[in-house]
Design a protein around this ligand. Structure first.
Ligand SMILES: [Zn+2]
Length: 261
């Protein structure tokens, strides 16, 4: 699925790519714009969605540039209709590094919002509706989009940035796997609550499906960390046996790490 992508250009040595389904999103917004206001509506709608995803790229660049300072390689930033994804070759286990890398994304959104605020404060506070297709409307839309993007990403739920921030904070006290277990458990509980709230109370079914998807992603994150941990312990044990065969003890039962019950 992730291979169906189109490479655009490189920025700070990182390949920017869009998933093929992204083109469908542009087509959808072009159609919405055309319905609302023919050609000017189409240009406005497509321009707005491209600027919005420009902010998504800046958010991902925020993560990436800080990660690169910690020696992480970032081969690609991929844009999908649901958002952006920076691909890292590894995630530093040092909690302070993970914390800074993760905070950098939402910080970029709040920074953009803060830059825009002085220009559009008057328009936002005024009781007059903003003129259609005006710079004021454009700025207000981008300001709002960045505030929502920054805030939504801070929800303490994997795979959102907030989930990673929570894990990094927990990992300052607990070991990494246990910190991931608790961060994922808190995230899964919240995702279920949000899904129920969205579906049953607000009857916003798309949002409910999104939170169910987030629930599965949180579960997958914990399983992935657990599996990596088991693999690295296995290889460490193998290396120890090869390097110091005389110290080999009788075979141990396979290591299985259970989360606290
Ligand atoms: Zn992020």
């Amino acid at each position: 699925m992730l291979r169906w992508s189109i490479n655009l250009f490189r920025i700070f040595g990182i390949q920017l790519a869009v998933h093929a389904s992204f083109l469908l999103l542009i087509a959808y917004y072009a159609w919405l714009g055309w319905q609302a206001g023919r050609l000017p509506g189409l240009l406005w709608s497509v321009g707005l969605i491209l600027l919005f995803f420009g902010c998504v790229v800046l958010h991902e660049l925020g993560h990436s540039l800080i990660a690169m300072r910690y020696g992480v390689r970032v081969p690609r930033i991929l844009l999908m209709p649901i958002g952006g994804m920076a691909e890292f070759d590894r995630i530093p286990r040092q909690s302070s590094a993970e914390l800074l890398i993760t905070l950098a994304g939402p910080a970029v959104n709040f920074f953009i919002a803060a830059l825009l605020l002085p220009f559009f404060r008057q328009d936002l506070l005024g009781d007059q509706p903003l003129a259609a297709y005006s710079a004021a409307e454009l700025g207000a839309q981008l300001l709002l989009a960045n505030l929502i993007m920054g805030t939504f990403n801070l929800l303490p739920v994997f795979p959102m940035d907030g989930g990673r921030i929570l894990r990094a904070l927990l990992a300052m006290k607990l070991d990494y796997v246990r910190a991931t277990f608790w961060a994922a458990s808190i995230g899964k509980t919240l995702a279920l609550l949000f899904a129920l709230l969205a579906g049953l109370y607000y009857q916003h079914y798309l949002m409910a499906v999104l939170f169910v998807f987030i629930y599965t992603a949180a579960d997958a994150e914990y399983r992935m960390v657990l599996q990596r941990e088991q693999e690295s312990r296995y290889w460490a044990e193998m290396a120890r046996r090869v390097v110091a065969p005389e110290t080999v003890k009788p075979p141990q039962p396979p290591l299985i790490i259970h989360g606290p019950n």
